[in-house]
Design a protein around this ligand. Structure first.
Ligand code: HSE
Length: 416
């Protein structure tokens, strides 16, 4: 911290969960040596923990203040965040953002703006809360090829699944708790629908594999259709349901990107990642597999990640997107994956190139299947499946066999 200018002034946009976390960190770390120049918020009526003189309601009051060294954009409105970040970058300023939706939607433009105007944008807090995943991929693994980066990237979904499993909470009560604890997005559909994990995976992909892709290119299923029956089914094969985001490269340099509920066995690290904790596995070609976990949501953990970016930026750190120079990897969603499906009794599966489609169990309420399908086919039928409240989860080929054996007394029906 010694090389941070002691007269640095920070302008903060947003004073919600993350903004307050950053403020708290800045107040607690005495050596921070950073003066809060002002905090811009939207709602004039909302009671605040700081004197009214600390706040401004016009972003331009901060953006045009030449005495400010660095900005922290910590608001939930993605359009407003885009406008703040682009204005700062066009002025060649340094800004830290935690708005993963905005970042994922505009990443190529934001990279170009940094290049054209010599501004700096860092966003560690946007992915995995307190876990230093972006900087690890960007800096430490700048020159080692990676085979896979995958993990739990949404604290709220993991909190809900954990509470349903361990305390038998209903889905809606667990979601309500995630909201009360400040883990969930303002619109929690972003969490439980898998959108938030998709946005984070876009950012990971840019640093890990040098590809800027749009959120729509990623296969996405969330946990919004999960029922306690799915958790019970997972238990029969010693697994838990986890919402896993994965970016996986095959030997032909083809990259598969997906966010899917996954039945994770007790042999895997992610099985033991509970509540709002996130966990990410990195598979470098030479180093061997690594796993990093930490608090993925919440005021102080996310504030800590923003502070790490602020102090790094003030010391001159910026992203160079080193993997973009090596353009060998291309997105290819033809990878075939094994899946588990639970269809409500009044629904049926759509036409698709199902392989090994096996009915493993039928109850009054639902029919359970396992099958194999390419990721691209699942993308094509994802709206249909979501509309019919059909829950799907990725499984391994070994789990598919395990399920076939466990449920063989139910006379599994092979469809194709
Ligand atoms: N809503 C997000 C989550 C916050 O639950 O992970 C942290 O990005």
């Amino acid at each position: 911290m010694s090389n941070i200018q002691s007269n640095s002034r920070i302008g903060i946009f947003g004073f919600g969960c993350v903004g307050q976390g950053l403020y708290d960190v800045l107040q607690t770390i005495e050596q921070a040596g950073i003066e809060v120049a002002g905090i811009c918020v939207k709602d004039k009526e909302k009671p605040r923990s700081l004197p009214a003189s600390t706040f401004t309601y016009n972003p331009q009051d901060l953006l045009q203040d030449e005495s400010i060294t660095i900005f922290a954009e910590l608001i939930s409105d993605a359009d407003e965040a885009y406008s703040i970040v682009t204005q700062a970058l066009k002025a060649g300023k340094t800004i830290v953002s935690a708005n993963k939706k905005m970042l994922a939607s505009h990443l190529p433009e934001l990279i170009e703006l940094q290049h054209n105007y010599n501004g700096t944008l860092l966003y560690e807090a946007a992915v995995g809360g307190s876990i230093p995943i972006i900087r690890t991929l960007e800096s430490y693994y700048s020159s080692e090829p990676l085979q896979q980066v995958s993990g739990i990237l949404n604290g709220s979904s993991n909190f809900i699944l954990s509470k349903m499993e361990s305390e038998g909470l209903s889905y809606s009560l667990a979601l309500q708790q995630a909201q009360e604890l400040g883990f969930a997005e303002t619109d929690p559909t972003l969490d439980v629908g898998g959108f938030d994990s998709v946005n984070k995976l876009c950012l990971i992909t840019a640093h890990a594999f040098g590809l800027t892709i749009t959120p729509e290119q990623i296969l996405r299923f969330g946990i919004d259709t999960v029922r306690k029956e799915d958790l019970e089914f997972a238990k029969t094969i010693n697994a838990r349901v986890r919402l896993v985001a994965s970016a996986e490269v095959n030997p032909e340099d083809e990259l598969s990107l997906r966010v899917l509920p996954t039945l994770v066995t007790d042999q895997k690290e992610l099985y033991h990642v509970t509540n709002e904790t996130n966990g990410v596995t990195i598979d470098p070609v030479f180093a061997g597999q690594q796993f990093i976990k930490g608090l993925g949501a919440g005021s102080r953990p996310t504030g800590s990640a923003v502070w790490a970016d602020v102090s790094a930026a003030l010391s001159g750190y910026r992203y160079s997107y080193p993997k973009t120079a090596v353009k060998t990897i291309a997105l290819n969603q033809d990878k075939k994956i094994d899946i588990y499906l639970r269809c409500p009794a009044d629904s049926s599966l759509p036409e698709a190139n199902w392989e090994n489609l096996v009915k493993v169990q039928e109850t009054g309420e639902a029919i359970y299947f396992t099958a194999i399908l390419p990721v691209s086919e699942l993308q094509n039928i994802s709206s249909y499946l979501a509309g019919k409240q059909i829950f799907i989860a990725e499984i391994t080929a070994e789990q598919a066999m395990d399920i076939a054996l466990k449920f063989s007394e139910n006379e599994a029906v092979v469809y194709s």
